[in-house]
Design a binder for this molecule. Sequence first.
Ligand SMILES: *[C@@H]1O[C@H](CO)[C@@H](O)[C@H](O)[C@H]1NC(C)=O
Ligand SMILES: [Zn+2]
Length: 596
Amino acid sequence: MPSNVSEGGDGGEDKKKKSDEAKLRGRSGNNWLILFATVAIALGSFLLTNKRGNTLPKTYAICSKDSDKVYVVDDRNLQTQCVVVDSVLIADTGSLGSIREKWGDIQIRYLPEGAVVLPGLSDSHGHVLEYGAAQQLPLEGAKSPQDVVARVREYILATPEILEDKSQVIFGGGWDHTAWSSTGWPTAADLDADSVVRGRPVILQSKDCHALWVSSKAIKDSLPLPETIEGGVIVRDESGDPTGLFLDNAQDLLKQPELTEAELLRRFNVAVRDAHRYGLTSVHDAGLDPMSLAFFKRQAKKGTLPIRIYGMSYFDPHAPYWGNVTRPLIATGNGRLTTRSVKIFADGALRTGGSALHEVYHDNPKTRGFMRLEPEILFDVIPKFVKDGWQVNVHAIGDRANGIVLDAFEASLVGADVGALRPRLEHAQMMTKEDMTRLGKLGVIASVQPTHAISDMWYAEDRLGPERVKSLYAFRSIVDSGARITLGSDFPVETMDPLSGFYAAVTRKSPDGKSPHGPGGWFPEQKLTRREALRGMTIDPAYASFTESILGSLEIGKRADFTVLSQDIMTVPEDQILSTRVIATVIDGKPVFGDI
Ligand SMILES: *[C@@H]1O[C@H](CO)[C@@H](O)[C@H](O)[C@H]1NC(C)=O
Ligand SMILES: [Zn+2]
């Protein structure tokens, strides 16, 4: 792994100091002034480096004063008192006594009362740039289509460059029609009804990212549209005109402007800032389009990626196979960007009725959802990607989609070493008992999102009926079938906060302690243990990204990525988990958020 880590602007600071001194000398020759200036500059750069946390020595220890509050997350689930960092690596763990003895006068930072050190938290499924975009005009919590339109209106009025230029495309995201009392989809007419919004191109992404609700200007700019599209739906009225709602593959039909580098960077910085605040040191980005992939590569090349990104590149079933022309990248840039996996979409989402089920939807007997590609394509390209060295991660929600993908995995894994390939089912949301058993036998990883479970638990039974709903988010059954899991949030679909995922996995309740099955949680027999949930956010994502030898635990020789929390999430009462604060997020031995 390259270690040419750039040290921020410290070198530049030195140079600036020298030239300032030279200038002062040349101008006045006054020694007092030089002395004063030098002291001031030295003081300034001291404060600056102090703020950046650079006063940490190269080698330091973090210890709890009197109990074992360092969770190593090794095979034995060791808890100990101290962890020693040497530069970018974990150099040791052990009791305070043993560390003092071995490391002499090493600088020790003591944890605040009750705080814990965990391996750096990782999100196995999120969307980095989409998160940054969604933060611009967030539509979460809107109570009706009119509420959404009102937010769009306010956003336009508050953003002069958009207010003044009617051609600017307005993006928003996070609306959720399942939370509205109105039935049916929102329409372009809803947007056009507002005098400020009318006539502007507006593109609003649904909470699950499987639907776009757009204005008539956005439709007009995208004409001509095909009659139908495979793996997607253009919702139309009686006379056949698009109503303004585009599902799954139909979303690609909308013309969107090229994003500038500045806009990409803005989105990226927003996402990274929040990830650091939430204690994340690593994110698996579950879908890079060519533009995002190129952006991440440019960032990595500069050697300054502020977080670890494990990227999955989209496979477009209508584009030529690319697995043999693009090469996987491993730990490129400053060691923080890896793109060695491909993301394939099998079906849509449960919320928008696009997930492919074996039987019809309970609340819509006209459909059993749809696949977003012909199953033959899976059987064709999965073996190719595998042969060309790519990890294959397939989005599958419905039980039919999961079954078909497992068929395809099974066919391509014959005689293969599954440990070398580590195929993943992204979501693995609803599976038959037989398929769970198959998942375990094949060694396919289930990449699951506990916060989806507590979001969907309120309407899932309507969609699926009382029997089939039991096979949805059945995390305990998946683990008991011998399958590996790894946890994620699917941000911006859900909050990025990994503690929300931890809480959802171990309680199966909403943040206010409720569930459709009462205060004991929704299908409480499917809860994960806290230990499983912690592993699911640390060592399991490391395994799922081929990095378990360098990340995911605080074992000697691994990268010094860790997260310091204000209290022990492994022992606090359930209802206090969500009041835990992140004290510090540390990557390669250096705090990127907070202080130690
Ligand atoms: C890549 O694979 C495709 C599809 O199998 C094939 O048509 C093409 O010739 C291959 N290209 C290279 C450079 O190997
Ligand atoms: Zn996703």
